[in-house]
Design a protein around this ligand. Structure first.
Ligand code: AMP
Ligand code: TRP
Length: 326
């Protein structure tokens, strides 16, 4: 079975956009591949983080992923900073990466332009990412298009290392998901629902309570036509609600459209709210159960144990090949 490896950034509170666009992909992959899922907390600190918030989010997000259907029996789930080999191998890879290559990373150019004093870690971050991937001989790395260049750097580093020291690393391939549903902001349906947006009125968080969810959906921006049909160009608000409804109801958009022929927007929104509430409350119930006892620690300890053993073996092979140590 081919192995995939994904990193879930512990940034921001998870939304129904993260669920529909991101988590659902991860759930799909767990049946096709042996999957390694980790929280790249060491990557998160390349930009300033509030220590308390960061710490809370790490477990919270893992629990939400599991509550949403990421099966801890089928996936190896772990925390990056729990495994010291990630940074150890990263150093060695840094010594085998050229300034020219690292300087080409467009994400660094974007992110660094926001700083007066740029953290060095922000520059070397893609090399730590290469280490995350190469330690585990991952076949595929599912990432958004913005991360493709980083996976390509990991490939270049691996190819060069193998050429110099003999076959050591598997050459990973990026796996860019076919563009799935994009969930839009309820208050401005022309822009993506984003967890970094500051106005929470347009965003449904996975942990919102029933009253809040209903209120946000009932006040979602629509249009004045009073006809429920799918037309993202002319009717972005209604189309977005139809997409959300279809996802949670597990039907197609066409089927959802049919269901609401002749219904007014109030009735339609109430039905959307009903299904979102029903499904999110199920996730929240599981989430509370997972957070209540020490299940999450058991899962993460198991992940730490499995991945440390694999990483140690790979690291020791590298150390030997390049002549380090005794
Ligand atoms: P994020 O939760 O923003 O870190 O994103 C995790 C995954 O969910 C990525 O693959 C994103 O592309 C996807 N995602 C986040 N927000 C949305 C959205 N509003 N609609 C669709 N996909 C999204
Ligand atoms: N850089 C990725 C992001 O910002 C997260 C990440 C870190 C990652 N290491 C990884 C993703 C290894 C895939 C594989 O989303």
């Amino acid at each position: 079975m081919k192995r995939i490896l994904t990193g879930l950034q512990p940034s921001g509170e998870l939304t129904i956009g993260s669920l529909i666009g991101g988590i659902s992909q991860t759930i799909k992959y767990q049946d096709e591949y042996e999957s390694f899922i980790f929280v790249p907390d060491l990557h998160a600190i390349t930009v300033p983080q509030d220590a308390k918030l960061l710490h809370e989010r790490i477990k919270k997000n893992v629990a939400l992923y599991i509550a949403s259907g990421v099966n801890p029996e089928k996936n190896t789930i772990y925390i990056q900073s729990d495994n010291l080999y990630h940074t150890n191998l990263a150093w060695i890879l840094e010594c085998n990466t050229y300034m020219g290559e690292a300087s080409r990373m467009t994400q660094f150019k974007d992110k660094s332009s926001k700083f007066k004093n740029i953290p060095v870690g922000l520059f070397t971050y893609p090399i730590l990412m290469a280490s995350d991937i190469l330690l585990y001989d991952a076949d595929y790395v599912p990432v958004g298009i913005d991360q493709k260049q980083h996976v390509e750097l990991a490939r270049d580093i691996a190819i060069r290392f193998n050429g110099k020291y003999g076959d050591t690393f598997k050459i990973p391939e990026p796996l860019i998901p076919k563009t799935g549903a994009k969930i839009m902001d309820l208050q401005d349906p022309t822009k993506k629902m984003s967890k970094s947006e500051t106005n929470p009125k347009g965003i449904i968080y996975l942990l919102d309570d029933e009253k809040t969810i209903r209120k946000k959906i009932m006040s979602a921006v629509t249009d004045s036509e009073a006809k429920v049909c799918y037309d993202p160009e002319k009717k972005p608000g209604i189309s977005n609600l139809l997409t959300i409804y279809a996802y949670f109801k597990k039907v197609t958009i066409e089927e959802s459209e049919k269901e609401f022929i002749g219904k007014n927007y109030g009735e339609f929104k109430t039905k959307v709210a009903d299904i979102v509430v029903e499904e999110l409350l199920k996730i929240q119930e599981k989430y509370n159960e997972i957070m209540k006892d020490n299940q999450i620690d058991i899962i993460l300890n198991k992940g730490k144990e499995i991945t440390t053993e694999i990483a140690k073996k790979k690291y020791e092979e590298v150390v030997k090949k390049i002549g380090l140590g005794r």
